[in-house]
Ligand binder design. Structure first.
Ligand code: HEC
Length: 181
């Protein structure tokens, strides 16, 4: 009786220690029983392998935007793309950047930075913008957006403007990237 009890107790202790196969004990049979139900540490592996490429793709998109911003001339290389995208939503009421989307209330702004003022084909500009003679640059657009009304008196862009300089910087950076895609 005593010997049996001790053997069981030792088996339990072995199990508690992690059930490693100590060669010293003669009670190998009961301890093996206790150890058996612990052999499945790797079922999480296959799904992890499947997910990896998806995560990498998403990261690549974010990096792409960061690189494009960094490649812009100052101060646009310090712009916040996401913020620019948000500010652009106001412009998107009247403007599109994809040439396939045509004009809305305002002219399509694809390639605006290489463009002469008032030069979008088949858009009916106000007289002042049609007769104005300059090239759109980030600096000109910054002034235009600060106060469209004062920038060119008599123009027809009925938009209050973008008051905060950082918002103008961000939306211009966004346009520099998206108007030439
Ligand atoms: C309510 C409509 C409306 C909104 C909002 C608006 N615009 Fe315009 N935009 C116009 C119209 C209309 C014109 C043409 C004005 C004219 O002919 O005098 C124009 C002209 C322009 C031009 C000159 C285009 C050219 O071919 O010379 C630029 C640049 C421009 N908008 C940028 C913006 C940006 C950037 C925003 C957002 C921050 C914006 N606009 C918001 C209606 C809008």
């Amino acid at each position: 009786m005593r010997i049996l009890f001790t053997t069981t107790a030792m088996a339990l202790m072995l199990a508690a220690c992690g059930g490693s196969e100590e060669p010293a004990t003669s009670a190998s049979t009961p301890s093996a029983e206790v150890v058996t139900p612990t052999p499945l540490p790797e079922p999480g592996t296959p799904p992890a392998v499947e997910e990896t490429p998806v995560v990498e793709e998403a990261a690549a998109e974010v990096d792409d935007t960061a690189e494009l911003i960094a490649a812009l001339p100052a101060p646009y290389n310090e712009a916040d793309y996401k913020s620019g995208e948000r500010v652009w939503k106001q412009c998107a009421t009247c403007h599109r950047l994809d040439p396939a989307d045509g004009h809305r209330t305002g002219p399509n702004l694809h390639g605006i930075f290489d463009r002469h003022s008032g030069a979008a084909e088949e858009f009916r500009y106000s007289k002042v913008l049609e007769e104005a003679d300059f090239q759109w640059t980030p600096e000109e657009i910054d002034k235009w957006l600060a106060s469209p009304k004062e920038y060119l008196e008599g123009n027809r862009m009925s938009f209050a403007g973008v008051r905060r300089p950082n918002d103008r910087r961000d939306v211009i950076a966004y346009m520099l990237i998206e108007s030439n895609r």
